[in-house]
Ligand binder design. Structure first.
Ligand SMILES: NC(=O)c1ccc[n+]([C@@H]2O[C@H](COP(=O)([O-])OP(=O)(O)OC[C@H]3O[C@@H](n4cnc5c(N)ncnc54)[C@H](OP(=O)(O)O)[C@@H]3O)[C@@H](O)[C@H]2O)c1
Length: 290
């Protein structure tokens, strides 16, 4: 299961103020990825398949963050393509949540989402644009379709999610994007994914300049390897071996938890970070630093 909280609104800030790494660069690992990809299909195909329902019961960054924000007193709107996963997320979050099914690469879906926010709550305090897909491929294997899909969701989807949120955002609002440390590392098989996350880094620099006068801050959180379904979506039967390998690369010697990313999001959403805008905050056990 995985979830995409995209928006927090209502009087969140008043309450909240209380409040990859170099993977598999060796040829033998790349070879394994190639075999895995061809045997099991794309990440999206896998994430909608039987295995996901039966075995992938962990929670993603989105769900952990939504739960934490509600705990801090927020009302949250969440979105994602799969209605069944949204229903489970709503049940798990329990209160102060509305789910609006949609695809962030579809601009009509974004309009519908924000219409719902406006109708129900009027304004937004915080936008957490967290949707992302990853289909690791060496450059030679990248098709135009793969390229477009990755950019449509990870970069274009985030861009228009922010653009369309702006009319609803209050002064003092916070925009938080989920990037990845991968864009800072030259890792084979992540040419497209890494470039989409680099785009997010650039977006927040521009938005920092454009929105500071409106009292809106914009930042990126860049997770390292985090225990969510996206790992299995990339590595399949090699997931456990990859996690062990990650541990040897991460100074803190472990994979991160979604709740640790949620904590960083709460910080960047709250007045505790009132003088911070335009940054890329790694939440990665130190892996990008070394
Ligand atoms: N876990 C890590 O190791 C890691 C590391 C660095 C960065 N990240 C980033 O963290 C973010 C969250 O990933 P995660 O680790 O929590 O994995 P996840 O559990 O697979 O979450 C991805 C979320 O994005 C949603 N999503 C994907 N495409 C979408 C679309 N077109 N429209 C709307 N929603 C869409 C998915 O929901 P549906 O499939 O239902 O649409 C899902 O809720 C991603 O941006 C990812 O790149 C993760």
């Amino acid at each position: 299961m995985s979830y995409l909280p995209i928006i927090w609104c209502n009087d969140y800030r008043d309450n909240a103020s209380n409040a990859v790494a170099r993977v598999a660069t060796e040829p033998r690992w790349l070879q394994k990825f190639g075999e895995f990809e061809s045997e099991r299909g794309t990440n999206h195909e896998r994430t909608t398949g039987e295995n996901r329902r039966h075995h992938w019961g962990s929670t993603g960054i989105g769900l952990a963050t939504a739960k934490r924000f509600v705990k801090e007193g927020a009302y949250v709107f969440i979105t994602g393509r799969r209605q069944a996963e949204l229903d489970k997320a709503v049940a798990e979050i329990g209160r102060n949540v509305t789910a609006v099914q949609g695809d962030v690469s579809n601009l009509d879906d974004l309009d519908r989402l924000y219409k719902e926010v406006e109708t129900k709550k009027g304004k937004l305090d915080v936008l957490f644009a967290n949707a992302g897909i990853v289909e690791p491929k060496p450059t030679a294997a990248v098709s135009p379709e793969h390229y477009d899909k990755t950019f449509d969701v990870n970069a274009r989807g985030v861009f228009f999610a922010v653009q369309k949120a702006l009319p609803l955002m209050k002064e003092g609002g916070s925009i938080i994007l989920t990037g990845s440390g991968i864009w800072q590392k030259g890792i084979p098989i992540y040419a497209t994914y890494g470039a989409t996350k680099a785009a997010l880094r650039s977006f927040v620099r521009t938005w920092t300049a454009e929105l500071a006068g409106k009292g809106i801050r914009a930042n990126v959180i860049s997770p390292g390897p985090i225990e969510t379904p996206i790992l299995k979506g990339q590595f399949g039967e090699n997931t456990d071996a990859m996690k062990e390998r990650f541990k040897t690369m991460i100074p803190m010697g472990r994979i991160g938890k979604p709740e640790e990313v949620a904590s960083a999001a709460v910080f960047l959403a709250s007045d505790e970070s009132s003088y911070i805008t335009g940054i890329d905050l790694p939440v990665d056990g130190g892996v990008v630093a070394v």
